[in-house]
Ligand binder design. Sequence first.
Ligand SMILES: Cc1cc2nc3c(=O)[nH]c(=O)nc-3n(C[C@H](O)[C@H](O)[C@H](O)COP(=O)(O)O)c2cc1C
Length: 217
Amino acid sequence: MDAISAINHRKSIRAFNEKVPSDEDLLEIVKAAQKSPSWINSQPSRIVIAKGDKLNQIRKEHKNLNENPDIHTKSDIKFTPIKDWDIESQNNMSNKRKSDLEMFGNEFDNMKQIQANNLFDAPAVAYITLPSNYTEWSLYDAGAMGEALMIAAQDKGIDSMPAFEFIKYPDRLREHLNVQNRAFLLGIGLGFRDEGNPINKIEGNRMNLSDVVTIIK
Ligand SMILES: Cc1cc2nc3c(=O)[nH]c(=O)nc-3n(C[C@H](O)[C@H](O)[C@H](O)COP(=O)(O)O)c2cc1C
């Protein structure tokens, strides 16, 4: 698959089937993602991948934490409510909500919550971490690595799901995954899409090209 096709084929998958990507494929994907650029080649990101029993323990606990009304998210990067974003981003988020509701009706929030509680049934999750005292430049580097990882996965026919949902409870992840002094930026679910689950019909529409880019000569 060429790069443009892999980029265009990637979409967020919110329900995976039971097929598990091999360790060999996962390592190859991370090796490709390591080619992403970073500030003076500082290479600040690390990837820890959970699969099998370990991921199922995390998944079970995640559901319990999500369903406990006394527990609140304490992500390493602060959660920002929609009202505090710039107005154009707010409009895009509101358009997404409208199109999700048009497609699924009132069942949508329930469908989405079930998948979120079960970590989208992802058979593997790659967590991207940075040192606890990371600089803001490293956030750029980690994001670039995440996209490269998802595109490399797509090239192998492996679907992906980048999500805040995976890193809502980072203190628990540090314990489960034996990670110290590092911040959990994002989790990326990896596996194969469940073709039968309608939630995978969600399409992320994009703004008009002319509203995003300007060429000035
Ligand atoms: C940093 C980040 C966090 C995200 N967190 C979630 C999440 O917690 N739950 C979810 O359903 N989607 C999450 N997404 C997926 C976005 O909703 C999705 O990328 C966007 O709607 C565009 O759709 P597409 O990825 O299918 O092109 C996240 C994406 C990013 C980049």
